[in-house]
Design a protein around this ligand. Structure first.
Ligand code: SF4
Length: 355
């Protein structure tokens, strides 16, 4: 674990002392911090421009009094993890994969986190007995092809604990892929040591690391060194980002983020529509805005730079793509289609009838 939050900023007064918030906001921010965890790592604190009141890194990590405004549509478990949890720590929503939530703490606490009611320092993770039960569940379900380590952030675990976990998962014959969802390679790149990288590698299994990052400034030089350490060791990386108002909801920033991923050999994977987590309305966009942004990327940025824009259906019904649709019914010929190019011009596509 990160040692007692070492140099991370974990209280409003620490944020004020670091000149990231003004002293007059302390009262408000303390009320937010009493409800939702706060932590900003040195790497992320250094990326914030304190002179910019709209700084996109600050917006992701510095508490905001609006977090105490909960809307009726917002829920503490917005994507319905609980409904699909057969044993503690396991979410089995889709047939061939499970989430294994090994730890409930993170290196940084995102103000839009969809599990914000469940995570925080001191929330612990799975006990040895609970982890054994979770692994028993995975072992007993041969359809589970992939295990996604999540949390919290699994890469706050020590290399020793990760190595043990990866070895135990690797020993399950039907588990072929171990996927790690994390913010650590950018938020705390010093944690990506050769020991941690070695711990993630599994004999005869594929390990993928999916980096959560939302703004190109998160991918600084130290972060890029950490990514290279993982990728050069044979661990492919993918990205996931959350579409956030005032952070990345313009085409230039979103495009720059996707290009930065690709330049780092990280394949853009998901662009998440922000979930209905409590107190996050000020950070959400609407779906039409997200679709417009996806249209702006298509054709103007390399195909490598195209993530899939997805929505987790509230209530636990799974993730679905919600990007723009380029196809519609054609006119005249039965079964023909009209397809739109990236400049908005429509073209007939005279396909053969369905058999
Ligand atoms: S790193 Fe992930 S789990 Fe942790 S606060 Fe951010 S979004 Fe939530």
């Amino acid at each position: 674990m990160i040692p007692a939050h070492g140099k991370s900023l974990c209280t409003p007064s620490a944020l004020a002392a670091a000149r990231l918030v003004q002293a007059e906001r302390l009262g408000d921010l303390s009320r937010v911090a009493a409800r939702y965890a706060v932590a900003i790592t040195p790497a992320m604190a250094e990326s914030i421009d304190p002179a910019d009141p709209h700084d996109p890194i600050a917006r992701q990590f510095i508490p905001d009094i609006r977090e105490l405004e909960q809307r009726p549509e917002e829920a503490s478990d917005p994507i319905g993890d609980e409904r699909w949890s057969p044993v503690k720590g396991v979410v089995h929503r889709y047939p061939d994969r499970v989430l294994l939530k090994v730890v409930n703490a993170c290196a940084v606490y995102c103000r839009f986190c969809f599990r914000r009611e469940m995570i925080g320092p001191g929330r612990g993770g799975l006990s040895a007995r609970e982890l054994a039960a979770a692994l028993d569940y995975i072992r007993a379900h041969p359809d589970i092809w992939e295990v996604i380590l999540s949390g919290g952030d699994p890469l706050i675990l020590s290399a020793r604990r990760l190595k043990d976990l990866v070895a135990r998962l690797s020993a399950i014959p039907h588990v072929k892929v171990i996927r790690v969802h994390t913010r650590v390679p950018a938020a705390a790149p010093e944690r990506i040591t050769s020991g941690l990288v070695a711990a993630l590698r599994a004999k005869d299994k594929a390990t993928y690391v999916v980096l959560h990052a939302n703004h190109p400034r998160e991918l600084n030089a130290k972060a890029r060194t950490a990514f290279a350490r993982l990728i050069d060791a044979g661990i492919p990386m993918l990205s996931q980002s959350v579409l956030l108002r005032g952070v990345n909801d313009d085409a230039a920033t979103l495009g720059a983020l996707m290009r930065a991923f690709v330049e780092c050999r990280i394949k853009p994977y998901y662009l998440h529509h922000a979930d209905l987590a409590p107190g996050t309305a000020h950070l959400r966009t609407n779906v039409a805005e997200g679709q417009t942004l996806m249209r702006a990327l298509r054709g103007r940025y390399s195909g490598l730079c195209q993530p899939t824009y997805v929505l987790d259906i509230p209530g636990g019904h799974g993730k679905v793509p919600i990007g723009p649709d380029y196809l519609s019914a054609g006119r005249g010929i039965k079964d023909s289609l009209s397809v739109e190019d990236f400049n908005g011009r429509r073209h007939a596509y005279p396909q053969r009838p369905a058999s």
